[in-house]
Structures are given as C-alpha cells and as structure tokens.
Design a protein around this ligand. Structure first.
Ligand SMILES: O=C(O)c1cc(C(=O)O)oc(=O)c1
Length: 313
C-alpha cells in the first residue's frame, strides 16, 4: 500500500483539494459481471501524489491523490489485465506522473499524454518508449483554456509519424463548430465519453445523430462508451448494489456499441474527477458493461480486441 501521505482522501505536497471534491470510492464491491480474459480499462487517470508530482499551476481543480499503486490495485480487484491511463488536466502538460505509472506497470499500461506545440521529437520518443500512444485535445471549457487550432495541427503533424492517435474531449453542443477540424485530422481519433451527449434528448434526435454521422463518415474515429456516471440525469447511481444504474445513458451507449462494435472502448474513469453529486462503486460500474455490450462477442471486442489493436499492436 502507498505511504500515508498519498493515502486515499488526502492531497499531499501542500495542495488543498477543491472545495466539495468527492474522493474515489473506498472498497469497491467485486463485480458480478466477469470480465473476459485480457480486458483493458481504457480510460482512467492517476493524480499525483502531489508531493512527488505537483499539480500544474494552470489547473482548474485540485483533486485528492490517486496513485499508480492504487490504480493497479483496483485493476486487479475488478479483474482487468491492463490500463490506458489518460493524462488528467490537473497535471497540464507535465506528464511525469503518467510516465511513472506506465513505467511501474510492467508493460500492462499505455498512456495518452498532453503536449504543447513546442514538444520536441526527442521528448516524444521518450514518451513513446514509456508507453504513450496518443495525445489528448480537450475542448471542455471548465477544464482548460482553449488552445488555438494551428497549435493542435502542429502537434498532429509531430505525432502522426509515431503512429499515435488523438483523443478528443468535447461537449455535444460544440461538435458542429469542431466537426470539420476533427474530420481533417489524419490519424485515428478517439472520442471521450461519446462526445458527452445530453441524455435528456432523444438518442434518435439531431444532436446524437450528428455524433453518429461523424463516426459513420470517418472510419478512423473510435469512441469510449464511458462515463454514464457523468452523463446520467435520472440515475439510479452505481451504489448500494444497484444493478440497473444509469438507465438513461444505456440507449446511447448500446446504440454506439451495436453500430460500431470494432471502434468502441470502455473504461472506469477512475478516480472520476469532478463528480459533484456522488462517487460510484467501481465494482458496480463493471456490472454496467453487459447492459451496453450485450453479447460475449461485443464484450470481447470492446474490452479486449479493440484496445489491444489501438494500444498494444
Ligand atoms: O482530465 C481531466 O481533468 C478530466 C476531467 C473530466 C471531467 O471533469 O469531465 O473528465 C475526464 O475524463 C478527464
């Protein structure tokens, strides 16, 4: 177990958690759903610990520490074999915590980094050696200041020769404005959390329809069917043994899994940054999987084959 400075709930290194911060769920249940052999948690993060890996000055929130050891303990408890660790915005473009986690994983984790336009080929080569296979572009206004498109294009030109992909995080309402830029990216693209649909709207309506069209028109676009705990309005929450959690998100995710079975990924989103109303039991999050990927074949593609192709090929 980690030392006390980085134990659950604390923020070490002299940092103070954002007011109202919810810590990740301690002692998750064992999932009822048995993950297939080789399953990948393809969206999760590490935070700090702040005393070793200080949070970035430009961050919009200060989380509780969530170390690599704690992530790997969760991986083993839930029955995953591997992780894809995504650089969280609280670390800005300082990828040291991510790289440290990748190096401790013994080849069982890959990473998605954040880089700036002035990143050098040498730095990119080091990140690649550590296990990074993509960069993340974030368009969610509460998380980052907007980076100009020409900077992002410069970054794409630098990472494309490495065979990396671009992870994009945006809100559904912003897709019309970003559609052409995204469609012009020449690498694979992975969309976080299905482009954050407003799940009070109709999954057959124009807003989600635009996202589905984006995937249909761009065969190199993949998506994570993740974060029902963020998208859900009605719940019920993945707590207290609830096996029917987040019913309002299920039709959206199922739709995507069934139309694009070879381009979907799933992850826990541990340690669930910025949730304000509840913190889910990660064991019950795993029990959500068979409700959106309803056959063993769909489950194997989403959890094993697809992430293996994108991150371990
Ligand atoms: O990098 C992050 O800070 C971050 C935040 C959120 C969110 O607050 O929605 O979600 C993520 O997947 C990652």
């Amino acid at each position: 177990m980690p030392d006390t400075a980085s134990a659950h709930g604390g923020t070490s290194g002299g940092f103070t958690k954002t007011e109202g911060w919810l810590d990740w769920y301690d002692g998750p249940t064992s999932p009822t759903f048995r993950l297939p052999e080789g399953a990948v948690d393809a969206h999760c993060h590490v935070f700090g610990p702040g005393e070793r890996f200080p949070y970035a000055p430009e961050r919009k929130y200060t989380p509780c520490d969530a170390s690599a050891e704690q992530l790997f303990a969760l991986r083993d408890h839930l029955g995953f074999t591997r992780n894809v660790i995504v650089q969280a915005t609280c670390h800005g473009a300082d990828n040291r915590a991510l790289v440290d986690a990748l190096q401790r994983s013994e080849g069982r984790a890959r990473g998605v980094a954040t880089v700036r336009r002035d990143v050098t080929d040498h730095e990119l080569a080091d990140l690649h050696a550590a296990g990074v296979r993509g960069v993340r572009f974030n368009f969610v206004k509460r998380l980052v200041d907007r980076v100009p498109i020409d900077s992002l294009e410069e970054i794409v030109a630098k990472i494309a020769p490495l065979g990396w992909h671009v992870v994009i995080y945006f809100e559904a309402a912003d897709l019309p404005e970003l559609y052409d830029f995204f469609s012009g990216i020449p690498t694979d693209i992975v969309v976080d959390h299905m482009g954050r649909p407003d799940v009070t709207k109709d999954p057959d309506g124009p807003e989600f329809g635009l996202f589905l069209r984006f995937m249909r028109e761009n065969p190199r676009v993949w998506t994570k069917v993740t974060c029902p705990e963020r998208l859900s309005v009605t719940g019920p929450r993945a707590l207290d043994g609830e096996q029917q959690a987040y019913v309002d998100v299920v039709p959206f995710a199922r739709r995507v899994v069934e139309e694009f079975p070879d381009r979907v990924l799933w992850g826990t989103d541990w340690p669930h940054p910025n949730l304000t109303d509840h913190m889910p039991d990660d064991g019950l999050m795993v029990d959500y999987i068979p409700r959106i990927a309803t056959t063993p074949e769909l489950q194997r593609k989403m959890l094993v084959d697809n992430p293996s192709r994108l991150y371990w090929a």
